[in-house]
Design a protein around this ligand. Structure first.
Ligand SMILES: Cc1cc2nc3c(=O)[nH]c(=O)nc-3n(C[C@H](O)[C@H](O)[C@H](O)COP(=O)(O)OP(=O)(O)OC[C@H]3O[C@@H](n4cnc5c(N)ncnc54)[C@H](O)[C@@H]3O)c2cc1C
Length: 501
């Protein structure tokens, strides 16, 4: 037998492995490629290019994995994790700065490295998009990488809905593991509050089911604990009856008087005495092409045109355009998606949360934003969105630490986009200043709540640390039980469990 034949037969492989120093991570790609043929894409392949080009932000598109693995079944995922964990066994000083693999679904996280592995393997879950309804139609089972824009038409066909993303491309993998704010979240809570069960591939490669009656600690940890416990291959979601919903967008003049009215309208609709669980609303302050603009989004989860609850928004003088209609959820998602670019350049996003404030306080925070954005308005390609919206009313079956049944909580999401790396500091500092000044005011008024919603937070906001000590302790206990060697903590990037709490 020649050396070549022996290599093929695998006879000298163990010798070679022990004799060499730690192999480069690129080798993991070749191991997977040989064990799971046809599922690995190397640079320049269509599979690789398709994954890279479909990240929402340039931050993620700049990360270059050695290969992309595209599983088609839970078995593929389980085999991959086992191979990766075995391969990693001898790695000295494992660190997230040199990730072993990353997991992506919709690729809509804005911060760099959330779902793409520089020099490692990126697991692209988008092929895991199966759909089925239980016989009684109460449970929709969707693959772990499903894009909600493809899920909705399948539930719409039965006059049902699920609590998923509101823009095409946002996928179950990230949306549901980080929380999930939907049109109906004032009634049904976060997306993760509505999950009966998860099929998960653990660090050992074992496939387990987590529900209220099986692996309950894992079930709870996955409700907000992000990618710290395994790769989720299937979500079993609660379905809700829904025929048509009402809603859409109004565009208003950006003037001080209109901003006063907006602040008042938001403060009013958020008062507990005005609570209506069918309502979702957003005040979107924007800056683009050198000018400020203002949009309202209004949604009502019943087939009622122009519900009076929104009158404080619809009566504001200064509406210059509007598109409000009755639609199915999938039509709504497509219509709203068309308002946004499919991909964006450099980006940075921050979030903060609070108890409802009076109109003057909201107005003050709007002014902080406007002044700071005016100051950096010359940044090349600057576009900023400042979205004020209600917090989901959660039932508390999650680890987020948001008080259950609280109706007066809101969150403000601040997103900046720009063209050049040279402006990174200017923009991120300006957005951070807006957040800090605003939180200071809210703290003084005893309105601030520390919670940072993971799906809108930058990684530097350390969102899981805001879930509260008890929840973080519970997450660590679950991590130690299901991932004793810390694969997800040390080798797979994402929002990780906080080291101190
Ligand atoms: C245009 C736009 C609109 C948005 N709209 C909403 C909205 O209406 N409501 C809302 O709440 N949020 C919204 N978001 C935020 C969104 O929920 C998050 O960005 C979310 O993480 C996106 O999920 P993804 O699968 O696309 O993300 P990815 O970037 O692919 O993944 C996010 C994280 O989840 C992990 N992950 C992905 N798949 C799996 C899996 N199968 N198993 C385990 N871990 C996994 C990844 O490793 C990564 O750390 C929006 C974002 C954008 C850019």
């Amino acid at each position: 037998m020649s050396l070549f034949q022996a290599l093929l037969a695998g006879i000298v492989l163990p010798l070679a492995a022990t004799a060499s120093t730690a192999p480069s991570k690129g080798d993991l790609c070749h191991i997977i490629d040989s064990q799971l043929p046809g599922l690995v894409g190397f640079p320049n392949s269509t599979q690789y290019q398709d994954s890279q080009s479909t990240y929402y932000t340039e931050n993620e598109r700049q990360v270059k994995p050695s290969c992309v693995f595209r599983p088609g079944s839970t078995k593929d995922v389980a085999r991959f994790v086992k191979l990766a964990a075995d391969y990693d066994r001898g790695t000295k000083n494992p660190s997230l700065s040199s990730p072993l693999f990353a997991v992506r679904s919709g690729g809509h996280t804005l911060w760099q490295g959330a779902a793409n592995a520089e020099g490692g393997v990126t697991v692209d879950m988008r092929g895991m998009d199966s759909f089925s309804l239980s016989v009684d139609k109460k449970v929709a089972s969707i693959g772990g990488g499903s894009d909600f824009a493809k899920v909705y038409p399948q539930v719409d066909a039965h006059n049902l809905t699920v609590i998923g993303g509101r823009i095409p491309g946002v996928a179950a993998g990230g949306f549901l593991s980080g929380g999930g704010k939907n049109f109906f979240s004032r009634r049904h809570g976060f997306g993760c509050d509505n999950i009966y069960g998860y099929e998960v591939v653990l660090a050992s490669g074992e496939v387990v089911y987590a529900s209220a009656s099986q692996n309950q600690d894992l079930w709870l940890a996955l409700k907000g604990g992000s990618n710290n416990f395994g790769i989720i291959t299937r979500y079993d979601l609660a379905t809700y009856p829904l025929d048509l919903m009402w809603g859409g967008t109004t565009v208003l003049n950006f003037t001080p008087a209109v901003l006063d009215d907006e602040a008042q309208a938001f403060s009013d609709i958020m008062r507990p005495e005005n609570f209506d669980d069918a309502v979702d609303v957003g005040v979107l302050l924007g800056f683009q092409n050198g000018a400020f603009f203002l949009l309202n989004t209004m949604f009502y989860s019943a087939p009622v045109a122009n519900p009076p609850i929104f009158k404080n928004f619809t009566k504001i003088p200064g509406i210059i355009a509007q598109s409000l209609n009755l639609s199915t959820v999938s039509e709504r998602v497509i219509e709203d998606g068309a308002l946004l670019p499919p991909t964006v350049p450099r980006s940075f996003e921050l979030v903060y949360s609070f108890h409802n404030a009076d109109a003057q306080t909201y107005r003050k925070l709007i002014q902080f934003w406007q002044d700071e954005i005016t100051r950096i308005s010359k940044v090349d390609g600057l576009a900023v969105q400042y979205l004020l919206q209600p917090m989901p009313v959660t039932n508390g079956t999650n680890v987020l630490g948001v008080p259950p049944n609280a109706k007066d909580l809101g969150m403000w999401v601040l997103t900046g986009l720009w063209n050049k790396a040279a402006d990174d500091d200017t923009v991120t500092k300006a957005l951070t200043t807006i957040l800090q000044k605003s939180e200071r005011v809210l703290l003084e008024k005893n309105l601030s709540i520390g919670f940072k919603y993971l799906n809108y937070a930058d990684v530097t906001q350390n969102p899981i640390s805001t879930y509260g000590g008890e929840n973080v302790a519970r997450l660590w206990a679950t991590s130690k039980k299901y991932d004793p060697k810390g694969l997800w903590q040390k080798r797979v990037p994402g929002v990780k469990l906080p080291s101190t709490y």
